[in-house]
Ligand binder design. Structure first.
Ligand SMILES: Cc1ncc(COP(=O)(O)O)c(C=O)c1O
Length: 443
């Protein structure tokens, strides 16, 4: 057992105890895979701003930020106050309310491709319905997705997320899934265009994120080329902005990279701390799901927002967050860019100057630390991370090491928020420096 594991065990007996209890009643002890790590996950009982607190009373600078949701930090004061004020009116009505209209209007005003929007409660549903809309609208079947790309675990998109890529992503999937969900490699323009050409006559659409897996930046021209080719082929360009929406700028990746998706999916940041997923896009496509449409059943798209869709608290926090970010966009996004750059450069420098070969990459406030095999390793997509780096082994080491120093990371990085101060950033870089001493290799 590495010293870093011993240190972690000594710091977190309360978490260990809770995990042992959890394993007896929850398969594997967690309800979402990435929340597990060895020797046991950290159990949290309080959050505020850039900090989280575990059940043993340890404080951490948080970079995971609720799966990259909390762009203003945990519990921004004005949203927490508003929620407190409104919660007494009821949390769940199951009947239409003004808050969803107000929120939808703001989304259609701000998100470039949004002419119509439908709310659900998770990004998983949103991407599942986006793909269904694309198939219905085009009357075609094939969807192209990026290898390693995660859009939630819906049946259609549970293809080629983890290696080995040609093995079904899960047991229990119908045999035909991979037949209609084909894969492309991020940033490989020629190969992607070839695939679009190959499936052209039955291509319903391409779904991808503006950034690659692990926040690998898009190469100049890649996204535009994919968009142009898929739209020319008669398919839809679906931009999954569940992470990037209102994160890479108020208009997300579509604004940042000047894209015109036919459909987009959002969640995380836009929930303002509550659960949310939404599909938005062109009116003629979205209207296939209209509750008042006269279309016959075989033309209409079944979309169920679900029992908990449009709950007032989520509509209120979401709209308030969106409005805040829009009203303050000229200050918010440059600050996030600067903080993101500072952390990426600082962590990479802290590791490299202490003999740990590392690359911190990302876009805006998002970042990942990758541990390449050599200085010549190229990392342009998920396959490169797998082949050309020790990411999966070293990241675990780095994560537990960073926890011991009071920093919570995911994939060696995470999402910097407005709540992260210069002092927090220094703490992150100092922690990386200290962990580097423990990880140091000879390169
Ligand atoms: C790009 C992307 N799409 C979709 C999803 C699924 O969203 P949710 O976890 O809200 O279901 C995620 C979740 O991490 C995501 O990162």
């Amino acid at each position: 057992m590495g010293d870093y594991v011993k240190e972690y065990l000594a710091r977190t007996p309360g978490s260990k105890n809770l995990f042992e209890r959890a394993e007896k009643v929850i398969p594997g002890g967690v309800c979402h895979g990435p929340r597990y790590f060895a020797p046991h996950p950290l159990y949290i009982n309080k959050t505020r701003g850039s900090k989280i607190y575990d059940v043993d009373g340890n404080e951490y600078v948080d970079l995971w930020m609720g799966h990259y949701s909390h762009i203003m930090g945990h519990q921004p004061e004005h949203i927490a106050r508003l929620l407190e004020e409104k919660i007494g009116d009821g949390t769940h009505w199951g009947i239409v309310n003004q808050y969803q209209v107000d929120f939808a209007e703001e989304i259609c005003r701000i998100v470039p491709c949004a002419e119509r929007v439908r709310f659900g409660v998770s990004g998983t549903e949103a991407t599942m319905y986006a793909v269904r809309l694309a198939r219905a609208y085009t009357g075609r079947n094939v969807i192209l997705k990026v290898r390693g790309g995660w859009h939630g675990p819906s049946t259609d998109l549970s293809v080629a997320v983890h290696s080995p890529m040609d093995v079904p992503e899960s047991a229990g999937l119908p045999p035909g899934v991979a037949e209609y969900t084909k894969t492309i490699s991020y940033n490989e323009t020629e190969q992607t265009l070839e695939m679009i050409g190959k499936y052209q006559s039955d291509l319903a659409g391409v779904i991808l994120e503006g950034v690659g897996q692990y926040f690998i930046p898009p190469e100049a021209g890649y996204l535009e080329a994919v968009q142009k080719a898929v739209q020319k082929a008669g398919g839809l360009f679906i931009l999954d902005e569940v992470i990037t929406g209102c994160r890479l700028g108020i208009t997300g990746a579509q604004g940042r990279y000047n894209l015109q998706p036919d459909l987009t999916t959002m969640g995380k940041v836009l929930g303002g701390g509550m659960n949310l997923g939404l599909v938005a896009g062109r009116r003629d496509i979205m209207d296939l799901s209209s509750a008042t449409s006269k279309l016959s059943k075989d033309k209409k798209v079944l979309m169920g927002g679900g029992t908990f869709s449009c709950m007032p608290p989520a509509m209120i926090t979401g709209r308030t967050m969106l409005k805040y970010l829009d009203d303050h966009k000229d200050e918010v996004y440059p600050v996030l860019e600067e903080k993101g750059k500072k952390v990426r450069e600082g962590v990479e420098q802290a590791l490299r100057s202490n003999n740990v070969r590392a690359n911190c990459f990302g876009v805006g406030s998002l970042f990942t630390t990758c541990f390449p095999n050599s200085d010549d390793s190229t990392i342009r997509n998920f396959e490169d991370v797998e082949i050309n780096s020790d990411m999966f082994k070293r990241e675990q080491e780095f994560r537990v090491g960073m926890l011991n120093k009071g920093v919570y990371t995911m994939y060696g990085g995470g999402a910097v928020s407005l709540a992260h101060t210069d002092e927090d950033i220094k703490r992150i870089i100092d922690a990386a420096e200290a962990v580097a001493h423990e990880m140091a290799d000879d390169f």
